[in-house]
Design a binder for this molecule. Structure first.
Ligand code: SAM
Length: 284
């Protein structure tokens, strides 16, 4: 079997198929041979496990996942890569490739159909233009997945894995922490990709809670409050929440005091519990 992380092999495949990279689709393919085996191992792919991969490219990570997992379903938007994947994955009988936009796909139906009775994980080198929407879709759909191991840009990794209530945190930090325990696994240099992006990357794993530890009557309020608080992150939470949600300042002031939150704080100072207390009390 050809080593897909080898530059010569990649160039050969790309020229035989007349393939040119699409920047718009975030196509930076891995050429560092040590990354995919490590990532696949840390994703939990193994016996009795089904893996969803998003954006297989020419299949470099897919091959490693196929070696470890019982079954792999790889979702690739670019139809030009489908014949390439047929060739590069032809040695594996445990993989199917779906030509679709992951954002449009009913992943719950896919899991029920493809992985009955199996534990399921997600593993992907994500296209950077759409990192947060994909992660939030995977979490918000409350899919029965144990973990989500993804390569993202280094700054996105830092934000996703920051502690809520610290300067590095953002709306996505709080949202991701609602559903999972994020973990930074390892860094990957920009030179590990072809073409090389401008910034380094990192692999993170979101360990998804089977039962979210936070109980709320209406969890959508939590996400609205978090988004509103960070909408103008340099302003006080009082100003940001009231202007973003179109609420009376005085009412928001009382709400924050009642929730034990200093109205003059910035959003990045608020903890998960602060956001939860506000969400429990706010009327929207
Ligand atoms: N896994 C390969 C690797 O590591 O070399 C390719 C990773 S590349 C960063 C991202 C891949 O995601 C590309 O193959 C791209 O075509 C695909 N992609 C982009 N947007 C997508 C979407 N909305 N749904 C599914 N795949 C997508």
């Amino acid at each position: 079997m050809k080593k897909l992380s080898d530059i010569g092999t990649i160039k050969d495949i790309l020229s035989r198929y007349g393939f040119n990279f699409s920047k718009g689709l975030g196509q930076n393919f891995l050429i560092n041979p040590s990354v995919c085996p490590r990532m696949a191992e840390l994703s939990g792919a193994g016996e009795g496990v089904g893996v969803i991969e998003i954006g297989p490219g020419i299949g470099v990570l897919t091959q490693e996942l196929c070696r470890l997992a019982d079954k792999v379903v790889a979702v690739e938007i670019d139809k030009r890569l489908i014949p390439v994947l047929e060739e590069t994955l032809s040695d594996f009988g445990n993989v199917s490739v779906v030509n679709a936009d992951v954002m449009e796909l009913d992943l719950r139906a896919l899991i029920d159909r493809e992985f009955p009775g199996m534990r399921v994980v997600v593993c992907a080198n994500l296209p950077y233009y759409i990192t947060s929407p994909i992660i939030m879709k995977l979490l918000e759909d409350r899919l029965p997945v144990e973990s989500i191991t993804v390569m993202v840009q280094k700054e996105a990794a830092q934000r996703l894995c920051a502690e809520v209530g610290t300067r590095e945190s953002g709306a996505v930090t709080a949202a991701v922490n609602f559903y999972s325990r994020p973990e930074l696994l390892f860094g990957v240099s920009a030179g590990s990709f072809m073409p090389a992006p401008k910034i380094d990357s990192a692999v993170i794993r979101l360990n998804v809670y089977s039962e979210p530890p936070y109980k709320l009557d209406d969890s959508s309020k939590f996400f609205k409050v978090v988004r509103a608080a960070f909408a103008q992150r340099r302003k006080t939470v009082l100003n940001s929440i009231s202007s973003s949600l179109g609420l009376e300042k005085q009412a928001v002031n009382e709400l924050l005091l009642d929730s034990g939150v200093d109205p003059r704080s910035r959003a990045e100072k608020l903890t998960m519990d602060d956001f939860l207390r506000i969400a429990e009390r706010i009327e929207l």
